[in-house]
Design a protein around this ligand. Structure first.
Ligand code: NAP
Ligand code: F7E
Length: 387
């Protein structure tokens, strides 16, 4: 109900109450009159309170998502809208818009231009939005590119985190900030499985930049008493995953071969092992981390690992194809330094946040293959679809 409507209701209710009370007093039943009066005003107060909550944003929280056009940003925006948040998304200026992942919710969120490389733009953004919660998801997130563009990666993925923390410290120190840290920080793992206390040994400029982002988040929390937390998320995937990441490359490849659009899929190291979960489940954990009374860091993972070969087998089996007839090893996809195994222990998240993943590996792969089949079938039959 809109606030204006509530006030009209309140005034008319008061008027009708007065008429009724006058009649009851006139007819001698004073107790009933007082009771009626009290009930009516309590109902009115409840309505006005609820309308205030919805209209003024008095109780409605405001969230800012950097990286809203990415895989995680799109799922998180959906989740926060469902929870009744006012959602702002930070986008960087481009000559062509890359909003395909948020096209279905674009009219429900407010997009604002700023860039992680430009401190002033971040300060102006926070002044404008005054967020209760900031989710810093923006980053250069593809590991192989970080060897080709190590300086840009450290600017986006590493130093960008200080810029947003510094802007928050100056403009809205009472806000809560989530930093998107990564299992890539564990790199050449020191123990299996990895938890919040496992030492870092990053193996790429991306992993090194994320380790910087993690430590600077912890440091700003401890130095300035900010509510800033680091979510150490293991690989999470979805039909909205970028095409260059291994899961999507494989599910898209299997679907394309099934539909006769291609015959071959060129891959790198099939022995690498990852703990793969569903992005839709993982954004729930991000939100939960900001609903706690005290800021803390959490590992988010499924606790189950699979090899890239297992991924290939699962995807090709789902479309009744023999993967060995189609998959070729191409040295171009072998990395200068590999992360052989990532396996997370998310027991702290389960204990403190009550978070557990809902989607298993097989369900995830099938969901992604099915989505790629639908999208490619539509493309094949000439109906353009973006995904
Ligand atoms: P993604 O799909 O690659 O999205 C990255 C987002 O960052 C995009 O919206 C991109 O905008 C934005 N961005 C990049 N550089 C920017 C800049 N200079 N200024 C403003 N925005 C910029 O990544 P994701 O999979 O959603 O991951 C979200 C975050 O979680 C990333 O920080 C990633 O490193 C981290 N993470 C991901 C995983 C995973 O498995 N997915 C695991 C651990 C941590 P454009 O659309 O303009 O390119
Ligand atoms: O590779 C191997 C590759 O690119 C996974 C990012 O979201 O998760 C992601 O980083 C594994 C690697 O993800 C191909 O060598 C084999 O061992 O899907 P990926 P990633 O590097 O684990 C972490 C947690 C993040 O934070 C990152 O932002 O698969 N692999 N053959 C291949 N990988 C790719 N991309 N392509 C291949 O052909």
């Amino acid at each position: 109900m809109r606030k204006g409507t509530v006030w009209i209701y309140f005034v008319s209710l008061s008027f009708s109450s007065l008429v009724e009370i006058a009649w009851q007093v006139f007819s001698g039943s004073t107790d009933v009159a007082l009771l009626t009066c009290r009930q009516d005003y309590i109902y009115s107060a409840v309505f006005v309170f609820q309308a205030d909550k919805q209209e003024d944003g008095g109780m409605m929280k405001t969230a800012l998502i950097t990286g809203v056009t990415g895989q995680d940003g799109s799922y998180l925006a959906e989740l926060l809208l469902d929870k009744g948040y006012k959602v702002y998304g930070m986008v960087r200026r481009a000559s062509t818009e890359t909003f395909s992942r948020i096209s279905h919710i674009k009219d429900k969120i407010e997009l604002r231009q700023a860039d992680l490389l430009d401190e002033l733009s971040l300060i102006k953004l926070l002044e404008d939005v005054q967020p209760d919660e900031i989710y810093n998801l923006a980053a250069m997130s593809f590991v192989p590119t970080s060897w080709d563009q190590p300086i840009l990666t450290s600017e986006f993925t590493g130093t960008g985190v200080v810029r947003i923390l510094e802007a928050m410290r100056r403009v809205c120190p009472k806000a809560k900030l989530y930093q998107a840290s990564s299992s890539e920080m564990f790199g050449k793992v020191r123990e299996v499985p990895q938890n919040e206390d496992t030492p870092f040994y990053p193996r790429s400029p991306y992993g090194v930049s994320k380790a910087f982002g993690h430590y600077i988040t912890v440091n700003y929390r401890e130095s300035y008493q900010l509510f800033a937390v680091s979510g150490i998320l293991f690989n999470h995937e979805s039909p909205r995953r970028g095409m260059e990441f291994v899961t999507r490359k494989v599910t898209n490849g299997a679907a394309a071969i099934k539909l006769g659009l291609t015959d071959e899929l060129r891959m790198g190291n099939l022995d690498a092992r990852r703990d793969w979960g569903f992005a839709g489940d993982y954004v729930e954990a991000m939100w939960l981390m900001l609903q706690q009374d005290t800021p803390d860091d959490f590992v988010i993972a499924t606790g189950v690992d699979h090899s890239v070969r297992d991924l290939v087998v699962a995807a090709f089996e789902h479309v009744d194809l023999d993967w060995e007839k189609h998959v070729k090893i191409d040295p171009a996809f072998i990395r200068p330094a590999e992360v052989d195994l990532l396996l997370g222990d998310a027991s702290k998240a389960e204990r403190v946040l009550g978070w557990t993943p809902k989607t298993d590996f097989k369900g995830l792969v099938q969901m992604m293959v099915d989505a790629d089949l639908v999208r490619l079938e539509a493309l094949k039959s000439g109906r353009a679809m973006i995904g």
